[in-house]
Design a binder for this molecule. Structure first.
Ligand SMILES: [Zn+2]
Length: 228
């Protein structure tokens, strides 16, 4: 399970990505393959940084309280009067901020990577779990809303013995996580997803966000190989 060692799951997905690179690197000139490949790689690097730098109590806690005192960390940056060292594990005061920023950066890359992959192979196959959510230029958020609603009360990985998240749930989680940091649609009237997603996103245990990212990256790598 996820809670035993998220880095092991990460390594498995990363190795699949490297395998895909070696098998199809001849497609580098094909933007339809290269662009989502690079986004998946970048997303996985950000997820890795989030995993290795996240304090243990933050890792299993809800997103809402991930950074316990966000004012304090910026005060510390200011008081140092020089640039902080922001590599993973070099400044414990910045670990929460660093890890949650990288987690958000991964979600931005992964939802785009998954969309580009699905768009590229839509005419070849449509048997995967996420095809029904692909619109002309973005994910069908309204259609994902019921899957987002299923995350109400989503337990931390330590409190559940269920199997890993379904891909549809993982996409709803990562899209809501990404939108939470997008900040452009808070006041769109009459739209269920945009009105409701914040209430769910703030409650996601961060361990399950990481799990959802790895599930989506894994699916993206598998579908990537189908791009011609
Ligand atoms: Zn957990």
């Amino acid at each position: 399970m996820m809670n035993s060692d998220p880095l092991k799951l990460w390594e498995a997905v990363w190795n699949e990505l490297m395998h895909e690179f070696n098998a199809h690197k001849g497609r580098w000139g094909n933007e339809r393959w290269r662009e989502p490949f690079q986004l998946l790689g970048a997303g996985l690097i950000y997820t890795h940084n989030a995993i290795i730098s996240m304090p243990a109590d933050t890792f299993h806690g809800p997103m809402r309280t991930a950074v316990k005192d966000s004012l304090q960390v910026w005060k510390l940056f200011y008081q140092k009067r020089k640039e902080p060292v922001l590599c993973p594990n070099t400044d414990n005061n910045a670990a929460e901020l660093f890890s949650t920023m990288h987690l958000a950066s991964s979600s931005f890359r992964l939802v785009t990577a998954l969309f580009l992959v699905h768009e590229a192979i839509l005419n070849l196959t449509s048997t995967g779990p996420l095809f029904e959510f692909v619109a002309a230029d973005d994910w069908k958020r309204a259609k994902l809303l019921p899957h987002l609603k299923k995350t109400r009360g989503l337990a931390c990985c330590q409190k559940t013995h269920s199997k890993l998240l379904e891909e549809q749930t993982a996409l709803a989680i990562i899209l809501a996580h990404r939108d939470e940091f997008g900040h452009r649609e808070e006041n769109i009237a009459g739209s269920g997803w945009f009105k409701e997603r914040g209430g769910y996103a703030k409650e996601f245990p961060l361990c399950r966000v990481i799990e959802a990212q790895l599930i989506l990256a894994n699916l993206g790598v598998k579908e990537l190989s189908k791009i011609q």
